[in-house]
Ligand binder design. Structure first.
Ligand code: 9UX
Length: 69
């Protein structure tokens, strides 16, 4: 079980948070997604190996971007 923190750009409201939580939560192994709207921090807890590419794809599917990508 590991937790990784990502920074997501573009979230401005609670619905944005819900979308990111839903899509990132679909990734295999992910057990918890905590989003801090104020600073864009997304903590992803997974019990399977988590790749940045999978997180990036999920964030983009939700309509947002990882910082620096
Ligand atoms: Mo409302 Mo959050 O359009 O993008 S869902 S601001």
């Amino acid at each position: 079980m590991t937790t990784s923190t990502y920074t997501v750009v573009g979230m401005t409201c609670g619905h944005c948070v819900s979308s990111v939580r839903e899509e990132v939560g679909r990734i295999d192994g992910v057990t918890q997604v905590d989003v801090d709207l104020a600073n864009g921090a997304v903590d992803v807890t997974s019990d399977a190996p988590l790749t940045d590419d999978a997180v990036r794809a999920a964030v983009e599917e939700a309509g947002y971007q990882l910082a620096g990508s």
